[in-house]
Write a protein that binds this ligand. Sequence first.
Ligand code: PEP
Length: 254
Amino acid sequence: MNKSLRKVVIAGNWKMNKNVEETKLLLTEIKEKLPKTDATILICVPAINIETAMNTVIGTNINIGAQNCHWEKSGAFTGEISADMLKSFGVEYAIVGHSERRQYFGETDETVNKRAIACLHNNIHPVICVGENLSERENNITETVIKTQIEKALTDFTKDDIINSIIAYEPIWAIGTGKTASAQQAEDVCKFIRNILTEIFDNETAQAVTIQYGGSMNAKNARELLSMENIDGGLIGGASLNADDFANIVSCAE
Ligand code: PEP
């Protein structure tokens, strides 16, 4: 499949930012500034603001997603939110395995796999994050790290499961640091990920999967990153909290 036939997904990750009023204000501003686009637009807000966010974007092409979910349907898991609960809200996308969850909340490749499968069972598209840290890159083991993360995250996946998922390549050293991977560095790893998908599934399936880049993407570097053959979108943290910046990134996806 040619890049132009794959789904382009521009996603914002608001992390732990914006209260209810601020959520309404920023989404209203984004609605006004967003250019017309064929790309899928997704904004992942804190779970407590999902309902407010969904109500604010009614009638637009903006999807509201979650930033995490638990794999069990219900039970004694204080503080957690299940994929089943997200589904009952009408959520169709959830980030799983973000490096901040791996770093601060004990997320492992195994729990990323469980969360992704729970999403798929609830018709939620998981945005599965993978990425190497700085010392792994400096020690030239990026590909080994990414291969392990992908293989473990996709354990027991069917072809339909991977086609309904999004992979986000997010080098940890580029997240929130202002340091972006060069377009070629990002392309090399996204292409490597697509090759792993070919090995696990087949070429036709691998060609259909949306692979995003994330890590200090902004209005200045988005066009070059998004023009690369194997980069089908962006997962954007900091710049998604500014309506002008987010809208400018979306316009680069055309
Ligand atoms: C992210 O949170 O997934 C991210 C890529 O953040 P930033 O764009 O701020 O680097």
